[in-house]
Design a protein around this ligand. Sequence first.
Ligand SMILES: Cc1cc2nc3c(=O)[nH]c(=O)nc-3n(C[C@H](O)[C@H](O)[C@H](O)COP(=O)(O)O)c2cc1C
Length: 368
Amino acid sequence: MSVDALFRPFSLKGLDLKNRIVMAPMTRGMATGGVPGPANAEYYRRRAVGEVGLILTEGTVIDRPASRNLPGIPFFHGPQALDGWADVAKAVHEAGGRIGPQIWHTGSTRSGDWEPDAPVESPSGLVGPGDPRGVAMTEENIADTVAAFARAAADAKNLGFDTVEVHGAHGYLIDQFFWSATNLREDAYGGETIRDRSRFAAEVMREIRKAVGPDFPLILRVSQWKQQDYTSRLANTPDEMTDWLLPLVEAGADVLHCSQRRFWEAEFPELDGAEGLNFAGWAKKLTGATTISVGSVGLSSDFMGAFAGESSKSTPLDNLTGRMERDEFDLIAVGRAMISNPDWVQRVHQGQMDKLEDFSASDLQDLV
Ligand SMILES: Cc1cc2nc3c(=O)[nH]c(=O)nc-3n(C[C@H](O)[C@H](O)[C@H](O)COP(=O)(O)O)c2cc1C
């Protein structure tokens, strides 16, 4: 099996990558006081030394009350946290890597018993279908949140990051606007169609684009599935997917990071078969945007099990290489396998798949 397709360089708006492999954003919850320190910088530097094309950081939250759902999640605001992030970017650059922060607002998904110091917020005060939590956002809250996203993106650019990713997936704030089960608003941010409910995300992308200028590459992460409901879908047809994603590309997203739990699953198998295009494939075809795919690359089971202590075996990449040779999508993100193997990319390049460690849930306990 040739892995050459993964090792073609890639370039977009000055973002020059040595290969097509992206480190997926993964929350580690180990930023003391919300400030990334030397251990966090070293963790990312090791992946850059391991020749990852592009590192996307763990979700790091914007300047809104209760925008994070766990202590230990880093802030992307305030001088101390931003200084910490500048050191992360510098460490990765010195190792020859490229990096973007994933900017985030966790909406109403507060975890476990932890109480943030303000009520959690979301479009309609819900965390899932018929499941109230926290407060519904006012139009003023929404405007402030859009502005906070734009400030965070501008800060990312000013700190020297190579790109920024907006987290619009997995049932957090932006996705709570997309999802009809959590967005019951009757104002301009709600509505019957996915295009109506995309308005908040489009405003976020438009304001970010204004703040960073036309030449800075912007990534938006989206998913059909939610942590609240794996089977839920925002788009049931290609037309609905176009209505959802095209306005976001027009608003400023250069890259759509299309999150699936298993990348090989066809998005619309009823149209092009069980081996048909995946989510990133369809998103690229329908919008013309660059796309990133993700989900269980090189592993035997999907990532939700990791939170229940499940391990996952290293597996071959044959389903991936063909799709990349056909340019079904442009980049591929790798998550857990890269936690267990900071040198995952080098090993794959050198044909040493047999030397890769399996993913063990205990690998999440330390930042190495
Ligand atoms: C420990 C852990 C933390 C994660 N945190 C985030 C996150 O902060 N933001 C995000 O968009 N996805 C997050 N994810 C999802 C990953 O980015 C990725 O989509 C998922 O792990 C599937 O890739 P994999 O099968 O290669 O691990 C997380 C996954 C794991 C395992």
